[in-house]
Write a protein that binds this ligand. Structure first.
Ligand code: BES
Ligand code: MN
Ligand code: ZN
Length: 501
């Protein structure tokens, strides 16, 4: 799909379709007003007859509106003008794109980017519109032999900005959004891929593809033999029950062109989490293929970063592994020696993510990172606490936490902070080892982060639990592409390129 911006008046457009807003109750937006005038009240007449109330998401497609050069006019209900918020704006865009895709218009000029969304500028509105459009158009059908193709799909959409002065800012918003959408798509594609195809080797292959696609990326793969030499006893234990070798991919993006300290992103890459010997219940177990959602998010963010060509150094780590039961698998009761030297008593082999991550987090010390952010579908408790709307953010470093919360607000890919107080550490006490891998049933998301915090003392660190946000359940189940846009926003901010200048 092609996106662009322009500045013009609606009645002068010669397009397959122009899209304008109508507010509730039956109130024309500025651009709809212009069309109404030129068409001698055609639109207001329809509204008076009750064809469209203007409720959020309502659609009315008109053909051959008098004196209008475009073939069609799509009126889009935007709800009460004063109540239009960010979420509604995104929903309206998504619905509009879906409608356009079905009406036979192959191109459209959309004036919804001119709607007033409280506290948001044109950069935000265009960027969100492009991101929402790309998100809505995504489908994972590479494994279907019969694909559903729309007859005349939408090919090109132009977003209008109020004046010519805003064109550069709008263009920048489009290019940022497209780079982010590419990363989001990469993330969705790998997270949706079934676990018989997407195993640790597949994840490593994706990391290698980034290397071949971008000049300033180098990818190296750490296999089990090297992990052995490094003493990564915890990571290795989790993968031991699987015939698929554990593989950790290190994706180095060199954008600063100097040796400034890198930001490091570490993603949990459990390509399947059966629970191991502490086997999960059968219902919904298929969804544990997305337990590599953290790695997918990191891969996606690295892709967006490379597309944006940002002038910073970033290292992405995909901690690939499969958690399976077998006679060779690790067991409850085992005591593991982590790469840090600390010992862990395994109380539940289903609390495996932290065991993989802890060694990956020790491994990245060698990069002398400026900051480390790990991303993981770590706890079911997080889904209980925050549902599908916010990722959990836990951090021992307030400035980093605030940077991430800011990025999440800006991108609309939301996160909510939880405490990481020492009071919770007691829940990990073990009579036999330095600590256990299980914090009990209270505050599961926090105790999991407490576990990780024992391995991240040497740098500034934040943890994102995306168990609730990376995946959409139900009828339309699938990967959401989160938190690629939040992470990329964080990287944009770090590069001083957050705005449209
Ligand atoms: N991958 C799961 C967490 C998860 C659950 C992600 C549901 C997405 C949806 C993780 O490895 C796990 O099994 N966690 C356990 C931890 C428990 C044994 C302490 C959990 O949350 O039940
Ligand atoms: Mn598990
Ligand atoms: Zn898991």
């Amino acid at each position: 799909m092609e996106f662009s911006v322009k500045s013009g008046s609606p009645e002068k457009q010669r397009s397959a379709c122009i899209v304008v807003g109508v507010f509730e109750p039956r109130r024309l937006s500025g651009t709809a007003e212009q069309l109404d005038e030129i068409s001698e009240g055609y639109i207001s007449n329809l509204l008076r007859k009750g064809d469209l109330e203007g409720k959020s998401g309502q659609m009315l497609l008109l053909h051959h509106v008098p004196n209008i050069l475009s073939e069609r006019v799509l009126l889009v209900g935007c709800g009460k003008e004063r109540e239009l918020d960010e979420r509604q704006y995104r929903q309206i865009i998504t619905k509009t794109i879906n409608t356009l895709n079905e009406t036979g218009s192959m191109e459209a000029v959309c004036f919804l980017s001119e709607l007033h969304v409280k506290g948001r500028d044109i950069y935000w509105k265009v960027r969100q519109a492009v991101e929402a459009a790309q998100d809505g158009l995504y489908s994972f059908d590479s494994l279907k032999t019969r694909k559903a193709e729309p007859r005349r799909p939408l090919r090109k959409i132009v977003f209008n900005v109020p004046t010519r002065r805003e064109l550069p800012i709008g263009e920048r918003a489009v290019s940022h959004a497209l780079a982010i959408a590419e990363g989001v798509t990469t993330c969705k594609n790998v997270a949706n891929m079934p676990p018989n195809i997407c195993n640790p080797a597949y994840l490593a292959e994706q990391a290698k593809i980034l290397e071949s696609d971008y000049e300033n990326i180098t990818t190296t793969i750490v296999g089990e033999k090297e992990m052995e030499e490094l003493g990564m006893g915890s990571y290795l234990a989790v993968g031991r029950g699987s015939v698929n070798e554990s593989l950790m991919s290190i994706i180095k993006y060199d954008g600063a062109g100097d040796d400034s300290k890198p930001l490091v992103l570490v993603g949990k890459g459990l390509t399947f989490d059966s629970g191991g010997i502490s086997l999960k219940p059968g219902a919904g177990m298929d969804e544990m293929k997305y337990d590599m959602g953290g790695a997918a998010g990191v891969l996606g963010a690295m892709h967006s970063l490379a597309e944006l060509n940002l002038p910073i150094n970033v290292i992405g780590v995909l901690a690939g592994c499969e958690n399976m039961p077998s006679s060779n698998a690790y067991r409850p009761g085992d005591i593991l020696t982590t790469m840090s030297g600390q010992t862990v008593e395994v109380l539940n082999t289903d609390a495996e993510g932290r065991l993989v991550l802890c060694d990956a987090l020790t491994y990245v010390e060698r990069f002398e990172p400026d900051a480390v952010i790990d991303v993981a579908t770590l706890t079911g408790a997080c889904v209980v606490a925050l549902g599908a709307h916010a990722s959990a953010l836990l951090s021992s470093h307030n400035p980093l936490a605030h940077e991430l919360l800011n990025a999440s607000e800006q991108s609309g890919d939301r996160a909510w902070r939880m405490p990481l107080w020492d009071d919770y550490q007691d829940q990990l006490e073990s009579p036999f080892a330095d600590f256990t891998n299980l914090g009990g049933k209270e505050a599961g998301t926090i105790t999991a982060a407490c576990f990780l915090s024992k391995f991240t003392k040497k740098y500034n660190w934040a943890h994102l639990d995306i168990a609730g946000t990376a995946w959409r359940g139900g009828k339309n189940k699938g990967a959401t592409g989160r938190p690629v846009s939040m992470l990329t926003q964080f990287l944009l901010n770090r590069s001083g390129q957050e705005q449209g200048e």
